[in-house]
Ligand binder design. Structure first.
Ligand code: ZN
Ligand code: ZN
Ligand code: FE
Length: 764
């Protein structure tokens, strides 16, 4: 809600208001909602959809403040999927003799109904789902105007049934009557369906549950793709899933019936519960309750202090829990703890995109799944589950996907339409339209052709559903990224954006910050403006320009990219930096070819220097023996964060000279302590050192805030240490909230930099 302007009329007189509502207000049941409010407050008038949103005229007595109450209720009680950006009301002459309140037909051609995000089954639909007398009792595809699939079933604009994968399911007379009735919850619900006219599931729910209970791995078609599911208590099944999927130790997400069920093995704060139960239904990282969780299979999230947990969001999910609970009647059971606990991991074998088609699933998941459950409602757009965690008192995305796409991120001002194609890892794309930035769903790592195709499809789909032609395309500075090559193939003006400039710009864009700002980019890898490997940067960012004020001390990266998955190599680099290269063999020889790595570092051969904060984390992990060899980038730092109890600070653990922050003394001290104390000390000291490093630059410029981003900011201990440290010095830390801190947020920053560049060029 940006603003309300209320016209004031003389009390007691009949007043008429013209009310304009902007935002996501079409296709979400807004007109029936306004109709209901008008009825409740005894108002006359009408409501319609037009090209700018919803327009209404309402008339009533000022005496009872009916119009003010109406306007307040408009905001307070808006339908669950509506997003009100602005309500503007102006008094107009009242009409004599008006009776009743009408929902008027939309003005043909003028309506631009946007597509909303997919939403979890609403309470009203759940009540029907478990009511044996309802015609949709246990129907796996029920939905209404307030819930169900949206983004993932929509091919193009306008958002209308013929443009969705429901086009092939003509409504039966009962559904058609609901669809046409302005007072019905399914008025203009495009995906509405019932057992008589809608899609059907390939297997009975009882058979699916029986397979899961028998230890089978079951592929289940969801909203944005297939999941691979198994019983989370069955260690043998989980181990088999891990082996078949070749998932290198990446944690699996869990699905439980409700928050009370999650509390059996995890701590659930009030904020986390709100996230779990929200209509976007992301995977939420929850802290394990205690070591008292012997029943969960150990392979789910090996050695991590957090579990990724989500609640059911499709009727199919709910029906599995309903079946396991013995098919109780009504909805009371939905609040009670349930035993059934499922591993639910994306069906994306080989690091390729999520499977969405039925034939594709049978082809790609053969040999992984024992049973494949599909249905005849096509998924048109891939969307992985979103992943969030609480960081420094508010939610932060680790991955932004289903349930959040295509919700726009509001920009400070309207900009020319630009496209941005992200980086290489955790790719996303972003398209701007007016003062909105549309960040795509998570696409993945662009190291195979299938993921690159997905990126191209995503760009084409975003252009279609937003009806935007970009005037320029932004990409990473790295010339060899597939995303860069794709950008260059589009025939648009290209704009390279330095990786960490983009990270900081993404934070400034979502927080609406104008003017020069200081930012810390604490990251894995990005190509620097000088051609070097950057990732621990202090930048002064001013719109389309930036200046590198400082960086972390460089560490050799022996073996190049291999070092990102072998933290012991970074430990070797740290030992060399301490002048203790002779200890590389004795200390690290067990993990790999230590003498060869030592020679690489000493000769400066295949050991390029990097200022990456992620590699300093890796070095700490390698020295402490935490995941000296990791399955994926970031695994070791996640394990290190898991060990933290209370961060501690080693005074003198860092040196600052000429803008370079050197943590060598801290790392040397880790050689004397155990992994747990080391995790506390590394996190605590790093946060204090970073604040100490940035303060003089902030003070010199009179800044009272700092932007923080980069993959290391997904580490909640570090993010909280920095936020608290800066707050004590009177500085507000801005963290990524609407986009991920990791490279999933890069395209937002690229788009903002490119748009400001286009604006600056126009002004010349
Ligand atoms: Zn519903
Ligand atoms: Zn029907
Ligand atoms: Fe990055």
């Amino acid at each position: 809600m940006d603003r309300i302007r209320t016209g004031k009329g003389p009390r007691g007189a009949v007043t008429r208001l013209r009310v304009r509502i902007r935002g996501q207000v079409q296709g979400v049941g807004f007109r029936p909602f306004v109709h209901g409010l008008a009825h409740r407050f005894g108002l006359t008038g009408w409501v319609l959809n037009d090209g700018e949103g919803v327009l209404a005229e309402v008339q009533g007595e000022m005496q009872g403040n009916a119009l003010d109450v109406f306007l307040a209720a408009l905001n307070a009680e808006a339908p669950p999927l509506a997003r009100i950006d602005a309500v503007e009301s102006t008094p107009i002459p009242s009409l004599a003799g008006e009776a009743g309140f009408a929902i008027r037909a939309s003005q043909a051609g003028s309506v631009t109904t946007g597509v909303g995000p997919d939403a979890a089954v609403c309470p009203a639909c759940l009540a029907e789902l478990f009511d044996p007398r309802d015609r949709r009792y246990r129907y796996p595809f029920l939905n209404c105007t307030h819930c169900g699939p949206r983004f993932t079933i929509t091919r193009r604009l306008p958002y209308d049934r013929p443009q969705t994968s429901m086009a092939g399911f003509p409504l039966c007379p009962d559904c058609a009557a609901e669809y046409a009735d302005p007072t019905n919850r399914r008025f203009h619900a495009q995906p509405t369906a019932c057992p008589a006219c809608g899609p059907a599931l390939s297997h009975p729910i009882a058979a699916i549950l029986a397979a899961l209970s028998a230890g089978k791995i079951v592929a289940i078609k969801g909203l944005g793709g297939f999941h691979l599911a198994c019983n989370a208590f069955d260690a043998e099944a989980v181990a088999r899933l891990r082996a078949r999927k070749q998932r290198n130790g990446k944690p699996f997400a869990l699905m439980v019936a409700n928050a009370a069920s999650a509390e059996r093995f995890a701590e659930v704060s009030a904020d986390e519960r709100t996230l779990l139960e929200g209509i976007a239904r992301p995977v939420v990282l929850l802290r394990r309750g205690s070591p008292l969780t012997p029943t969960l299979a150990p392979d789910i999230a090996p050695d991590l202090a957090w579990l990724g947990v989500m609640l059911p969001y499709t009727p199919i999910h709910h029906l599995l829990f309903h079946e396991a609970a013995g098919r109780p009647e009504g909805t009371a059971w939905l609040d009670q703890p349930q035993d059934l606990t499922l591993v639910m991991t994306s069906a994306n074998p080989g690091g390729e995109p999520l499977a969405i088609g039925n034939a594709e699933a049978h082809r790609r998941l053969e040999g992984i799944a024992d049973l494949i459950v599909d249905h005849d409602r096509d998924i048109l757009v891939r969307a992985d589950d979103s992943v969030v965690r609480m960081v420094a008192g508010a939610p932060a995305f680790l991955r932004r996907g289903r349930g959040h796409v295509p919700v726009p991120i509001r920009l400070l001002r309207a900009v020319p339409p630009v496209l941005a194609v992200g980086g290489h890892l955790k790719a996303t794309v972003c398209l701007t339209r007016g003062d909105e930035a549309f960040l795509s769903q998570h696409i993945g790592d662009l190291d195979n052709a299938a993921t690159l195709n997905f990126l191209e499809e995503t760009v084409a789909h975003l252009r279609r559903i937003l009806d935007v032609e970009p005037v320029a395309v932004a990409h990473d500075l790295h010339p060899d990224f597939q995303s860069t090559r794709f950008a260059e193939s589009l025939g648009l003006p290209t704009m390279p954006v330095q990786h960490h400039h983009a990270h900081i710009a993404a934070v400034l864009a979502e927080h609406g910050v104008d003017g020069p700002s200081l930012g810390l980019a604490l990251d894995g890898f990005g190509l620097g403006a000088d051609g070097g490997s950057w990732g621990g940067e202090m930048l002064l960012v001013d719109g389309p320009r930036f200046e590198r004020l400082g960086h972390l001390a460089p560490l050799a990266q022996p073996g190049g990219d291999a070092a990102a998955r072998q933290p012991w190599r970074m430990a070797a680099a740290a030992l060399a930096r301490m002048g203790r290269a002779a200890e590389i063999g004795p200390r690290l020889g067990a993990h790999g070819p230590a003498e060869g790595v030592r020679r690489m570092i000493e000769a400066g051969f295949n050991a390029p220097p990097t200022s990456s904060c992620g590699r300093w984390f890796d070095a700490a992990c390698g020295l402490l023996g935490v995941r000296a060899v990791a399955g994926f980038e970031g695994e070791a730092p996640m394990a290190l964060e898991s060990l933290v109890r209370t961060p501690t600070v080693l005074e003198g653990g860092w040196r600052i000279a000429d803008g370079v922050l050197d943590l060598t003394p801290l790392l040397e001290s880790l050689l004397q302590i155990n992994a747990q104390d080391g995790a506390d000390r590394f996190h605590g000291t790093l946060a204090v050192a970073l604040v100490d490093w940035a303060m003089p630059e902030l003070a010199a410029r009179g800044f009272d805030r700092i932007a923080l981003s980069g993959g290391c900011l997904m580490n909640a201990v570090l993010a909280e240490g920095l936020t608290a440290g800066f707050r004590r010095r009177g500085i507000t830390a801005l963290l990524p909230r609407r986009a991920p801190a990791n490279d999933g947020g890069l395209s937002l920053g690229q788009a903002w930099v490119a748009a400001l560049t286009v604006l600056a060029n126009c002004a010349k």
